[in-house]
Design a protein around this ligand. Structure first.
Ligand code: EPZ
Length: 419
């Protein structure tokens, strides 16, 4: 298994380009099933999860090719309507294929996505919304079988602004005729990006980024060319890394507005932040001060995906910081690994109390994608050498991580376990 070897202590300096957003390219790749034609997607990051989504499209009968950061999908011949178990296990967010397969084929079979390291990850909100649209759903032997009964546009009220459930409902509603309103929809920027892609393909979707989204039941029929929006969580991760290590970095190709709550936390902790167009410059000239309560919330609140990276930075701060994880049940699995590096963190339920201090290098193991990113940040800020194992978790969501950090002056090497 691959691992990172990191020698801590170096400040980060230089320019880092932000890649396309993992959580935008995944639903848009699923949506390419709808137009029965070509979709040319630019700024597609080359990530493990993106490769999993491409494998699912190919399994369904699509032709997919990648040239640099452009992925072209031809969905003119889709012969299958199932997502096999092994591909579902690869990536639990494959459930996002349910809506588009149903809309395109009239039926779908997926194995129930397992839980993952950050919680049981149920899909009840997805299924309730699709049933409201007229989808018939049967669960049997760990699989869900769906058939598009008499689909009809209706009002769908989500009891929680679930990102995935909002996306699946949009991608099913385009096949429902009439018009659908999704009420209490997720407002994450990735929803607006999905809407942008769909409108280019001829679907009528409006309100993306707001709490009420309207979809008219017109199946998309046009070829599309689209550029994926920048990854706000990758951007947040690099900003937290520089805050922890000291120095000065400039992110290029970012969307400052999408990381507003993260920028606010980091400037409250003592970082100097400047934004200009799609560039964000962060200067960490002194030790961070402790963070007042960081409460994760649905967008535009503080993003749950940035909780672990920011906690790693808080471990180096002067004073205490409080984190309140309100989105996922079990999103503190990185804490015991940070404690192995000398972090002083006490967890009680969904609250974590972090007392800043010095970190020292250690051998640690990634538990999940964003927890793994937190370990990389802590290792770069620690004194001495760290070995971070199970970094395939990190490969799911960070493109060229070691290269980008090396370019900023970090001492990080990716090695393969001598088997
Ligand atoms: C998306 O996951 C993102 N993944 C997650 O990013 C992100 O953390 C999350 O949204 C919240 O912003 C992708 O976009 C691929 P949710 P999703 O449905 O759609 C509960 C990363 O690190 N829930 O908004 O799965 C759920 O258990 C990943 O990039 C139900 O109870 O998130 C969770 O507690 C991690 N029933 C909460 O809602 C449902 O049917 C938020 O989930 C669906 C969700």
């Amino acid at each position: 298994m691959a691992y990172y070897q990191i020698q801590g202590g170096a400040p980060l300096r230089g320019i880092v380009p932000v890649s396309g957003a993992k959580n935008s390219v995944l639903p848009i790749l699923a949506a390419t099933l709808l137009n029965g034609g070509r979709s040319i997607l630019h700024n597609c990051p080359d990530l493990r999860d993106v490769r999993s989504a491409i494998a699912i499209l190919r399994h369904l009968g699509c032709r997919v090719q990648r040239e640099g950061d452009t992925v072209t999908v031809d969905s003119s011949s889709v012969e299958r309507w199932d997502v096999p178990h092994e591909l579902m296990r690869e990536m639990r967010s494959s459930v996002i294929f349910l809506g588009p397969i149903l809309a395109r084929c009239g039926r779908a079979r997926l194995s129930l996505p397992g839980g993952c390291d950050i919680g049981p990850r149920p899909i009840d909100l997805h299924l309730k919304a699709l049933q409201k649209l007229g989808v018939e759903i049967r669960e049997e032997g760990g699989d869900i079988y769906c058939r598009a009964g008499d689909l009809r546009g209706v009002d769908v009220i989500l009891s929680f602004p679930s990102v995935g459930a909002t996306e699946n409902t949009i991608l099913t509603a385009v096949a429902c005729g009439g018009s659908t309103r999704i009420i209490n929809a997720a407002r994450e920027p990735e929803i607006a990006d999905l809407q942008d892609y769909l409108r280019k393909s001829g679907a009528e979707v409006a309100g993306g980024g707001e709490s009420v989204i309207r979809v008219s039941g017109e199946m998309p029929r046009r070829d599309v060319e689209h550029t994926i929006l920048p990854d706000r969580i990758e951007a947040a991760t690099y900003l937290c890394a520089c805050a922890a290590c000291g120095g000065e970095i400039t992110l290029t190709g970012a969307e400052p507005e999408h990381v507003g709550t993260v920028l606010q936390c980091l400037s409250e902790a003592g970082c100097m932040i400047q934004t200009a167009g799609r560039n964000i410059t962060l200067r960490a000239v002194r030790r961070l001060s402790g963070l007042p309560t960081v409460r994760t919330m649905p967008y535009p609140g503080f993003p749950t995906d940035a909780q672990a990276p920011l906690m790693a930075a808080a471990c180096t701060a002067e004073g205490t910081s409080v984190f309140l994880e309100t989105i996922f049940e079990n999103r503190y699995r990185h804490v015991p690994e940070l404690v192995r590096m000398g972090a002083q963190i006490r967890v009680s339920g969904r609250t974590a109390l972090v007392t800043g201090g010095a970190l020292c290098g250690a051998q640690v193991r990634c538990t999940d994608l964003r927890g793994g990113a937190a370990l990389v940040i802590a290792a770069m800020a620690a004194r001495g050498e760290s070995r971070i194992e199970d970094i395939t978790h990190v490969d799911r969501g960070y493109e060229h991580l070691a290269e980008k950090l090396t370019a900023l002056g970090a001492d990080i090497r990716r090695n393969n376990e001598d088997v």
